[in-house]
Design a protein around this ligand. Structure first.
Ligand SMILES: O=C1O[C@H](COP(=O)(O)O)[C@@H](O)[C@H](O)[C@H]1O
Length: 258
C-alpha cells in the first residue's frame, strides 16, 4: 500500500495556496537535480488555480528550469478549447503563459472541438488519445503505460471526488491504470475526461490541496479509512509520498487539526 497522507494545516486558503506553491518549486527543482526532466500533473479548482498564481508571483520561480518540465492534467472539462471552464485554460492564464515552457512538453487533454483523430467530439476518444500521450511519455520519463509523475496535484469536492472521479461512479469502478471519459458528472460541466485512481497512483508524490469547511467531512472520512468507491480521495496515494495541504477549515474534522 502506498504511504498514508502526511497532513499540513495552514491558517487559511491564501496561506495554503502559497505554501503549496513554495513546496512545488522546491520539489521540482530538487527532482530536476536528481533526474533532469521532471513532470507535474496539474489540477483545476479554486485552490489549485490559486496555487499556480502563487507560483507565478513567487520570487523563487526561476529556481525551476521550466523548459525541462513536462506538464500534464489529471482531469479536464470536455468543452471547447479556450473555454474558461477548461482546467488547461485556467492554468495557462494563471501561470503557464508566463513560463518559458517547451510547448512540446505541455500535454492538455483533447477539447470537445478537437479533430476526431485527436480525441474531439467524444470523451471516450479523448480518453484514448490521452492514454496514448501518457504511454509515450512513460517511455521518456519512466513507467510502463503511465509515467511515474514527480508531483500530481489534486483538489477534491465536498462529496470526496478527486480528478473527475466521483463516488460510486463508473470512473471509480473502472479497472486499470488508464484514462476515462466521464458522462453525467454531478458537478458541471457534466462531460469530462479523467485519469483513473490507479493511473494517478503511479505518481511519486501526490499532493491533495483543499480548503474550506465544505471539504472537512470528506477528508475526515478518507482519513478514517473510507473506501475509494465511497470517497475517491481516499484512493489517491503516491508511491513515495502523499501530502494533504489543507487550511484549518478543511482540516476541522481531522484529529491532526490545530
Ligand atoms: O471540477 C473540479 O473540481 C475539483 C475541485 O474544485 P474546487 O473548486 O472545489 O477546489 C478539481 O480538483 C478538479 O480538477 C476539477 O475538474
Amino acid at each position: 500500500m502506498n504511504p498514508a497522507p502526511e497532513v499540513v494545516v495552514q491558517p487559511d486558503a491564501e496561506a495554503t495556496a502559497a505554501d503549496a506553491a513554495d513546496r512545488l518549486i522546491t520539489a521540482l527543482a530538487a527532482a530536476q537535480r536528481a533526474r533532469g526532466t521532471v513532470s507535474v500533473v496539474l489540477t483545476g479548482g479554486g485552490v489549485g488555480i490559486a496555487m499556480l498564481r502563487e507560483v507565478r508571483s513567487s520570487d523563487r520561480r526561476d529556481e525551476v528550469d521550466w523548459a525541462a518540465v513536462e506538464v500534464f492534467w489529471g482531469d479536464e472539462r470536455f468543452v471547447p478549447a479556450g473555454d474558461a471552464e477548461r482546467n488547461d485554460a485556467q492554468a495557462r492564464e494563471a501561470l503557464l503563459d508566463a513560463l518559458p515552457l517547451d510547448p512540446a512538453r505541455v500535454h492538455p487533454m483533447a477539447a470537445l472541438d478537437a479533430p476526431e483523430d485527436a480525441g474531439g467530439g467524444d470523451p471516450d476518444l479523448a480518453a484514448d488519445a490521452y492514454a496514448k500521450v501518457l504511454s509515450s511519455a512513460a517511455a521518456r520519463l519512466g513507467g510502463d503505460t503511465v509515467p511515474a509523475f514527480d508531483v500530481l496535484l489534486a483538489g477534491c469536492g465536498p462529496e470526496g471526488h478527486v480528478l473527475s472521479v466521483f463516488p460510486d461512479s463508473p470512473a471509480v469502478h473502472a479497472g486499470g491504470a488508464g484514462v476515462v471519459g466521464v458522462r453525467d458528472c454531478p458537478k458541471p460541466p457534466p462531460t469530462r475526461v479523467s485519469l483513473t485512481l490507479p493511473a494517478a497512483r503511479h505518481a511519486r508524490e501526490i499532493w491533495l490541496v483543499a480548503t474550506g469547511e465544505g471539504k472537512a467531512e470528506a477528508l475526515a472520512r478518507a482519513h478514517a479509512g473510507a473506501s475509494e468507491v465511497d470517497v475517491p480521495l481516499a484512493g489517491l496515494r503516491g508511491t513515495e509520498r502523499t501530502l494533504w495541504l489543507l487550511d484549518r477549515g478543511a482540516a476541522a474534522r481531522l484529529s491532526v487539526a490545530d
